[in-house]
Design a protein around this ligand. Sequence first.
Ligand code: TXA
Ligand code: MG
Length: 313
Amino acid sequence: MENIKNAANLIEKGELVSFPTETVYGLGANACDSDAVLKIYQMKKRPDFNPLICHVAHQDAIADYAVLKDLDMLLAQAFWPGPMTLILDKKQNTKISDLVTAGLNTVGFRVPEHPTAHQLLSAVNCPIAAPSANVSGQISPTSFEHVEAAFSDAVYILNGEAPSVGIESTILRCHDQDVEILRPGSITKEMIEALIGRPCLERMSSNINAPGQMTSHYAPKAKLILNNAQNDSADGFIDFGGQFKSLPENIPYVDLSPEGDLSEAAKNLFATLHKLDKCASTIIVAKIPDHGIGIALNDRLKRAAAPKDDHAR
Ligand code: TXA
Ligand code: MG
């Protein structure tokens, strides 16, 4: 508890704290303090047009800042606390810094279920704005060590149990009776459609020019080759469900889930990219089924494999 107290004090003093969530580690600041939020953008080298997600301990805390409509409430009841972010209409004159929302009139909110995140959020009296705790465009962090490697001792890092999901939250925007998936995650299209009783909308807001939605993101230094495509210069392999047979010995190889379990694969994805990026320059990735959480896995892999100059767009 001592660590939580220290971390809460730092947040209230306008400093940054990195903390684990069930998805990835976040790099947090008081969402109502523009000077503190600015430090996030500087530390991550994040373009200032890319808005941040706010985190609170309980859904009730959102009412001061944003509006939850009926469909948002339905989703919140089903999936919070948990790995889902809702993009909501911002209330007028809210205390949330304009830097958090990058000037938009909407704001993202999430109620995490990770115990350490929940304890920290319960110990402060403000929402915590937190993107993933990595340098912008690089691989997302799923361990204390990943955050330490990115920022060394420039930021206080709370340690805690490993993220159980391993990929970032599903981001949703409700339009009257419809739900649009802005970023796929472990709360899947199938789960949302079963709840709302109608198909999700195809992504409409593709004009939001944000790095999480840019072609190149989550990018390792190594070149990734997807869908088990042949490449003679490969010096690393990422498998799923034991598809690669008779590989040469002593080549770095990780199976994201030997049993072919997509949730297990999601949990292992970023740690595997961090690990293989240290020792391989061309990595072949096995084909991953494109349903359920597989859609989110393929989304992250596609962005990780995209040519790096796309990131500059
Ligand atoms: O699981 C997660 O969501 C993690 C943990 C730390 O909570 N956070 C995370 O943050 O992934 P970040 O900054 O890496 O990704 C946030 C994404 C960005 O793609 C951003 O464009 C989008 O959320 N976003 C934030 N506010 C938005 C808004 N008002 N409208 C549309 N997109 C928004
Ligand atoms: Mg991120």
